[in-house]
Design a protein around this ligand. Sequence first.
Ligand SMILES: NC(=O)c1ccc[n+]([C@@H]2O[C@H](COP(=O)([O-])OP(=O)(O)OC[C@H]3O[C@@H](n4cnc5c(N)ncnc54)[C@H](O)[C@@H]3O)[C@@H](O)[C@H]2O)c1
Ligand SMILES: [Zn+2]
Length: 359
Amino acid sequence: VPGEPASHSRITIGKGFLAELPALIEPYLNGRSPFWIWDQKVLLGWRQQLLDWGWPDPLQDAKVIPFVASEAEKRLAAIEQLASTLILRGADRGAMLIAVGGGVTGDVAGFLSSIYMRGIPCLQVPTTLLAQVDSSVGGKTGVDLELGKNLLGTFHQPRAVWIDMQFLESLPVEEFRQGMAEVIKTAMIGDARLWEHLELNREAIGGRDPEALLQMVSACVRLKAEVVRQDARESGLRRVLNLGHTVGHALEKVSAYTVRHGDAVAIGMVAAAKLSLLRGKLQEGVLERLRALCGDWELPVGIPAEFRIEDILSSLQADKKIFGGILHFILPVSIGRVDEEDDLSMVELAEVLASMQCK
Ligand SMILES: NC(=O)c1ccc[n+]([C@@H]2O[C@H](COP(=O)([O-])OP(=O)(O)OC[C@H]3O[C@@H](n4cnc5c(N)ncnc54)[C@H](O)[C@@H]3O)[C@@H](O)[C@H]2O)c1
Ligand SMILES: [Zn+2]
């Protein structure tokens, strides 16, 4: 990734290398002392397996810090608490953090590593589908404020990312579904082959077949890594990753986050496709294929009746005021191709959203 200084993350994707992880990270430590921040749920769930593989007991290890990961914990208070624990356990400027968990753990540990003693390197080991295909790649870190999500944060590229399909074995179906929305998004942005893989292999992917997962996750990572490489700080191209997120975020907010991110993004993608259709840009059949693929994963494609379109529009307007004036919309054109529009009117948006409201 270009920048000052230029940095790069080595991303390794595979199945079943977890047993060897401590040995695999060794070359990346450069003499640094590793401190692990593990999602507590993942740690407890995988502990016996780790012991069977000959890892030292993580619960007896001062260099392993369990973290109770949930969106509510993604706050500055968690950063302060983890930092204090690190100090008490002897982590100095020669330490390196290793985040093992979903997007919350990765964002918190990544943020902490970017400011701990003015910054130490980190490694990411994502354990949710969302973290594997999205949040562990690209170096965005951060925490939430009462006023909104991800309002404090940094860009801090991990030295390396290890993505093992094995973790997905224990991921609850609901979390898997949420991650699938980002997978569908990625295919729509730039990978028609991935889209076909999704259409043809619903059973294998849902059954967590490691080969089918590997093909899917690596396609997503490749695309995200390429976009980030070209636009590390989101000045342009990286915005394509926001397909479905403008309406999605507005809906999440209006619902006070009872609508989950993946569900909101699915609805947002359908809205984007309908806007594109309204403008005569969308290739025939794309909207139907998007709806069908979302349906495969029980992702919603309509706006639940309890949310008012006016509220979603005001939330969009508020975002627009806060974030620089223009509403950027990424619109699908065909499977694997999108376009950026920044001259959409509220009237067009209102029309599309109204057409999506469930009765
Ligand atoms: N940095 C970025 O670029 C970026 C991009 C997208 C999203 N995010 C952030 O990611 C966060 C969401 O991430 P998430 O969906 O991974 O949530 P999460 O980290 O809260 O994980 C979801 C749940 O799954 C559990 N879990 C994790 N791995 C598991 C496993 N292998 N087996 C069983 N349970 C497991 C967790 O304990 C948690 O309960 C949000 O805060 C979002 O803002 C960041
Ligand atoms: Zn997202």
